[in-house]
Design a protein around this ligand. Structure first.
Ligand code: GTP
Ligand code: MG
Length: 460
């Protein structure tokens, strides 16, 4: 098991609590990767833009924790010098003095630090690092350095199961590594000649980048053909009622899916356990049938490329008749998690779909907590996926939700129109049926839309 240290930079706008929560989440992400967190460091900074992110003093301490020199190798300094100089020029005098004497100015920040008892092999930053920052930090600490996006992409690539999810993750991964190629590239900027295979005058770096661009293009084409299949399947479902489970990772979406449909979707105490959309009917089956779909979980600071690559997965949510916003009500940060969910769904344009807030994991709450949640979210639905009664209540709630905008009507289906009966039972609820020699008279509840469609199709 690799030993890791977490590092966070506390920016002025961010409270100490928010910073703590973010670090805790990073720790869970890192745990999901199978690393052991052995230490932690935070530093207050005015920005994360400096060449080594941390100030000189903190960087030295960090290097001691990982067996590095604390110094950025001079060759590397040269390479980053343009960007660094530009940054330094833009720094105000206060910022400069802060970056040089930050420990004297903020003596309290060491209190949350946890020095490791052994040397760390991996250092993980809770912010995004530019390729040159990454290179400088690796040089100074002698350890492998990862940023938050790198960790999330790694988890995504391990958890992707279906072809579509694998393609999406691979596109995001390549997009992420392309600008970071340089530091792994060994001999840089070799002009022409040299190792065979590349075009005249093309450096190996340019070649690698070109390969990556071509590969991304290929993957995108492959993905779009899969998406077309999905589209066909979805349009086939469009007559049916679909409910999409959305929410923060680990909120319990898959558990709810499992409990409501009796299907064996993966449930795990891991972040991003689910990457693929699964669609299953509510079981025991309802009339009309209600389909539930499980979707990828969200997280704070979800890299933009990843949001884009999972857009097609989230399209499922866009086309749902109802969204169940699942939150882990026992998590103190669930309000922020709800905000994240709302903003990601806003980004993909799913703001028009009706929604129901599911406050999950109520079995972990005290009676007082339950009362105050009920007062705070009168429209919310409090449940535990482990409580059969709760699940039954939710089932009833879903049925009545879809019935509320339904109409009652009578249809006569002659015996010659056998196909119509199966379709009708799928799409609407039969209240009564009476027979005569020619056929059956049904009293049904259905959406006006489905009723009209059926009547037209079978000219009833
Ligand atoms: N105590 C308690 N734990 C629950 C409940 N529902 C789910 N869990 C646990 O929460 C963890 C996450 O559950 P999942 O259903 O995998 O969560 P998810 O929302 O699908 O997560 P991702 O797929 O990562 O987005 C698992 O360890 C579940 O056993 C509940 O009602 N009470
Ligand atoms: Mg899941």
């Amino acid at each position: 098991m690799k030993k890791a240290i977490l590092v966070s930079v506390q920016l002025p706008r961010v409270t100490k609590e928010e910073n703590e929560a973010s670090l805790q989440e990073l720790s869970r992400l890192v745990h999901t990767l199978g690393y052991q967190v052995i230490g932690q460091m935070s530093q207050k900074r005015s920005s994360t833009g400096s060449a080594t992110v941390l100030g000189e003093g903190r960087l030295k301490t960090l290097a001691e924790w990982s067996g590095g020199t604390g110094l950025v190798a001079s060759a590397v300094i040269h390479k980053k010098s343009k960007a660094a100089l530009k940054f330094e020029k833009n720094q105000t005098p206060e910022e400069e003095s802060e970056s040089n004497s930050e420990e004297a100015e903020h003596p309290e920040e060491e209190s949350s630090d946890q020095a490791p008892k052994e040397l760390a092999e991996v250092i993980i930053f809770d912010c995004d690092l530019s390729p040159s920052q990454l290179r400088n930090l690796e040089s100074a600490t002698g350890a492998t350095v990862l940023d938050r996006t790198g960790v999330i992409i790694e988890i995504f690539s391990r958890h992707a199961r279906t072809k579509a999810a694998r393609l999406q993750v691979e596109i995001a991964r390549l997009t992420y590594i392309a600008p970071r190629l340089r530091e792994t590239g060994g001999g840089e900027d070799r002009q022409g000649g040299g190792v065979g295979g590349k075009g005249a005058g093309e450096t190996s770096l340019e070649l690698d980048r070109r390969h990556i661009r071509d590969r991304i293009k290929e993957l995108k084409q492959e993905l779009s053909s899969i998406e077309n299949e999905h589209l066909v399947r979805r349009s086939r479902r469009s007559k049916e009622i679909t409910v999409a489970l959305v929410g923060y990772t680990n909120a319990g979406k898959s558990s709810l899916m499992r409990a409501m449909t009796g299907s064996e979707v993966l449930v795990a105490d891991k972040l991003f356990a689910t990457l693929d959309t699964t669609v299953r009917p509510v079981f025991p089956e309802t009339q009309p049938k209600i389909l539930l779909s499980d979707t990828v979980g969200f997280i704070k600071k979800l890299p933009h490329d990843l949001v884009a690559s999972f857009k097609s997965t989230l399209d499922e949510a866009l086309h749902a008749s109802l969204l169940l916003f699942v939150v882990d009500a026992s998590d103190v940060t669930f309000r922020q998690q709800l905000e994240v969910t709302q903003s990601v769904l806003g980004e993909v344009g799913a703001t028009e779909v009706p929604r129901l807030l599911i406050l999950n994991k109520s079995d972990r709450l005290t009676a007082e907590q339950i009362e105050s949640l009920k007062a705070e979210f009168p429209e919310g639905f409090l449940l535990s996926t482990r409580n059969k009664e709760d699940l039954k209540r939710l089932r009833e709630k879903l049925i009545s939700f879809f019935e509320s905008d339904m109409v009652e009507d009578e249809i006569f289906i002659p015996f010659t129109q056998k196909g119509a009966i199966g379709e009708m039972r799928h799409q609407m609820r039969v209240l009564e049926e009476t027979y005569n020699e020619q056929g059956t008279r049904f009293k049904v509840r259905s959406s006006a839309e489905n009723l009209a469609r059926l009547k037209k199709k079978f000219s009833l």
